[in-house]
Ligand binder design. Structure first.
Ligand SMILES: [Zn+2]
Ligand SMILES: [Zn+2]
Length: 248
């Protein structure tokens, strides 16, 4: 049986140097639940180290947490990766870490806090998570697809770090599952602005860096269950699965 799931697939935690330190696993789960979300994606910059803690924090709730990452390509394009399992997310993380030069300067960029589900500090990530990987955008998407994850071009309406702003266009051969709109742009306006990309599904997400932003934008999807396989079908309009609304 199909039903509607309300999804916000782009949420940062206190691991992202630019995110609020109060973005703890339980705060995220509580706020997402309050906002009536059924599915959230955890997407810190170039790392999935806090995704397991958010999944644990959601353990006894109805909220489904999908582990993922927001990868920065060498052209400074942000691509969201969304997986079902921590194992897959950590395999992408391994690839990303092999191609991510530099060390974080916490004074300039912010702390990168690794926590457990109770927000106990387990350590600090020392990599330059705010930096760009050495992977071309095509390679990033290929790696995500190879791990059966969803590959979504993040905030395509934003000049900085959006694929259209950075490259000037979306390469036709890229196997993207969807284009994400920021909370600032309505889907109707996006269709007017980007008629050449009408073949892509649009999703909207909050890109929350603060607890209060969680669920500020979301997408409702008609699915049998909140898995990446079902979400992919909805994004491609297969088997009766579909995007119901990109709202928020
Ligand atoms: Zn981004
Ligand atoms: Zn983001």
């Amino acid at each position: 049986m199909l039903r509607t799931f309300k999804a916000d697939l782009h949420i940062h935690t206190c691991l992202s140097p630019c995110a609020d330190l109060n973005m703890s696993p339980r705060a995220i789960v509580n706020r997402a639940t309050e906002r009536g979300l059924d599915v959230i994606g955890i997407s810190d910059h170039n790392s999935s180290e806090n995704a397991p803690a958010v999944m644990k924090a959601a353990c006894n709730t109805a909220l489904r947490v999908l582990p993922g990452m927001e990868v920065t390509s060498r052209e400074e394009v942000h691509i969201l990766a969304v997986f079902d399992t921590v194992d897959k997310a950590l395999r992408l993380q391994e690839i990303v870490y092999e191609h991510l030069p530099g060390e974080n300067d916490a004074e300039s960029f912010g702390l990168q806090v690794v926590v457990n589900e109770d927000h106990d500090v387990l350590g600090f990530n020392r990599r330059l998570l705010a930096g760009a990987t050495e992977l071309a955008v095509e390679q990033v998407v290929e790696h995500i697809c190879g791990l059966e994850g969803l590959a979504i071009a993040a905030h395509v309406d934003r000049e900085a770090f959006g694929i259209i702003g950075q490259l000037g266009f979306i390469p036709a051969e890229l196997r993207l599952d969807a284009l994400e709109l920021s909370a600032n742009l309505s889907p109707a306006e996006a269709r007017r602005r980007f008629p050449q990309y009408a073949g892509f599904a649009f999703v909207r997400s909050s890109d929350a860096h603060f607890v209060t932003d969680i669920g500020k934008a979301w997408t409702s999807l008609l699915l049998s269950e909140p898995t990446t396989r079902e979400i992919r079908k909805a994004l491609h309009g297969e088997d009766g699965r579909r995007v119901v609304a990109e709202d928020g």
